[in-house]
Design a protein around this ligand. Structure first.
Ligand SMILES: Nc1nc2c(c(=O)[nH]1)N[C@H]1C(S)=C(S)[C@@H](COP(=O)(O)O)O[C@H]1N2
Ligand SMILES: [Mo]
Length: 425
């Protein structure tokens, strides 16, 4: 950490940082060919771990899967999830608005703490880095709509596969320290966060900016960090340079990028992004039916009222490698939960009928990806459906029933991998 802070200072010396966002079209590759495995039906049949989209290259990024380009939404390809920390250059990207910053001058940029505070602050980047104590936390940033393409019936919104998530070591300043410096006044009910991106938003709604708010009393704020390093490096522009909010355990929508305004509110935030968008049914697991959702009587709450439910994934094998009966295969994957540490990962070789414990990898903290592995020896040739499920500290275990809600949020069903094992001779 000392090393990377030093290199950050050196890099600060070079003053303004500017990145030209060149046209992504010039770097666009061909669509990947994805062939469904023959003969599979039912829940294990979906071979599309990622969305089926073309690879596209943006500044500071490796080729990622383009979900939409206005606003920019890029999905992380599956192989990057073999590592517990997602490389910055492969980290997914999600914006709501079209006008995103591509150059930020750190000499003039300020983080503003305003609203119902005793001492409004305008913090320079230098102040943030040098005046406040740095802390680091490993935490998963997952979009509420990760895996939305699985929903049946389908719902509108970005059709993510499983790649709208990533884990990083985030370094920055505790939000609570900044709040203490600004001295929040009594009567504050929520904190509102806003970044630099702009644009009309979906269907002209959205007030030209994205603003998200959390209750001042929310315990998640105790662990929130205003981060200026991601895996020991400055944040990529597309992931929120120069600072972003990270709220361990909560969905990515609260992780405001290019964070520039923190506002103490004396009334509950009623802006579009709180009152209309990103709401879930006020039901167990946020589950409902198309009929109930269409009825108009469904009570909803902001998705910030819940933490990310437990999930686990098979990363390899992905169906592309040759497998033979009697030949051991190393199954590898990741698990995480926003509700605290994952305690158990279980593997099934028979589509979820029987389960055995998998071996967990190193513990990087309660909000991080945790790798797992299991050695499986296929007994016979032919079709197999592997499955994985995780259990977290609260006892929450991934269900085998799919969730449904109109926003396409909170998917955490048991994950499956269909495979064909070849004949031995
Ligand atoms: N300024 C800003 N911050 C934002 C958003 C945005 O549109 N603008 N989108 C949010 C959502 S919905 C998600 S899922 C995460 C995605 O983070 P990433 O793009 O770094 O992967 O950023 C969040 N922070
Ligand atoms: Mo999101």
């Amino acid at each position: 950490m000392r090393l990377s802070r030093r290199s950050l200072f050196g890099w600060l010396g070079s003053a303004a940082v500017s990145l030209a966002l060149r046209s992504p079209a010039s770097a666009e590759g061909a669509s990947p060919t994805v062939t469904p495995l023959p003969g599979f039906t039912g829940p294990g049949a979906n071979p599309y771990w990622n969305g089926v989209n073309p690879f596209v290259t943006y500044p500071q990024k490796l080729p990622l899967l383009r979900v939409t380009d206005r606003a920019v939404q890029l999905e992380t390809p599956r192989p990057y999830f073999l590592s517990p920390f997602t490389p910055n250059a492969a980290f997914y990207v999600r914006y709501h608005l079209e006008l995103i910053p591509n150059a930020i001058d750190l000499r003039t940029w300020r983080l503003s703490l305003e609203g119902n505070v005793e001492r409004p602050l305008q913090l320079a980047f230098d102040d943030l880095v040098k005046t406040f104590r740095p802390v680091s936390v490993a935490a998963v940033n997952q979009c509420s709509g990760n895996s939305r393409s699985r929903f049946q019936p389908r719902v509108p919104g970005a059709q993510w596969g499983n790649g709208a998530m990533g884990n990083a070591l985030w370094t920055g300043v505790r939000l609570k320290e900044l709040l203490a410096a600004a001295r929040i006044r009594p009567g504050t009910v929520q904190l509102q966060f806003q970044g630099l991106d702009r644009g009309p938003g979906p269907e002209g709604k959205g007030a030209d900016v994205v603003m998200k708010s959390l209750d001042l009393a929310d315990p998640a704020l105790d662990e929130a960090v205003v981060a200026y390093l991601m895996n020991g490096e400055p944040l990529p522009m597309l992931n929120g340079f120069p600072v972003r909010l990270i709220v361990p355990g909560k969905f990515g929508v609260y992780w405001t990028k290019h964070l520039t305004w923190i506002r103490a509110l004396t009334r509950e935030d009623a802006n579009y992004w709180m009152a209309t968008a990103y709401r879930i049914p006020d039901t167990p697991r946020g589950n409902t039916t198309p009929a109930d959702a269409a009825g108009g009587a469904l009570k909803t709450v902001p998705i910030g009222h819940v933490r990310m439910p437990v999930r686990s994934f098979i990363v390899v094998p992905d169906g592309s490698s040759k497998l033979l009966p009697g030949l051991p295969v190393r199954i590898q994957g990741i698990a995480f939960s926003g509700q605290g540490p994952v305690l158990k990962v279980e593997f099934s070789e028979d589509d979820g009928r029987n389960w055995v414990g998998a071996t967990l990898g190193s513990d990087h903290g309660p909000y991080s990806f945790r790798t797992w592995e299991h050695t499986w020896t296929p007994a016979r040739p032919g079709r197999h459906v592997l499955a994985v499920r995780a259990t977290d500290r609260t006892g929450d275990v991934q269900p085998d029933a799919p969730v449904w809600n109109p926003g396409g949020y909170l998917w955490n069903r048991v994950e499956r991998q269909p495979l064909v094992v070849g004949a031995a001779s």
